[in-house]
Write a protein that binds this ligand. Sequence first.
Ligand SMILES: [Mg+2]
Length: 109
Amino acid sequence: MSKSIKPEYIPKTIEQKLGYFVEECGEALAAAGKSQRWGLDSVNPDLYPEYQETNAEWLLREMADVERAIGYLREVLEPTPAAEDDDPAIIRLADFDKEGMQARIHRGR
Ligand SMILES: [Mg+2]
């Protein structure tokens, strides 16, 4: 599974959080693409055996990274508690705390 992130790599500003999200989505797409092309049980033959993992393991690791990146972005983009409905994964634009989000962006978190 995904390792914890080193403290010095934790994104702190909105730009760093967006960049981390984009980077991790790209890595997840690469793992998904390799899985689709070569199969979930395939491994990268160019890696030393001790570093090899199946594409399924790689994809799961990258999905966990994307979930972490989403968490960092939620710190900036999250709706107000009153706006949360039964599915907190859905952020409805009409309920969005625009002023709060802008304040968080200007504070750089
Ligand atoms: Mg990653």
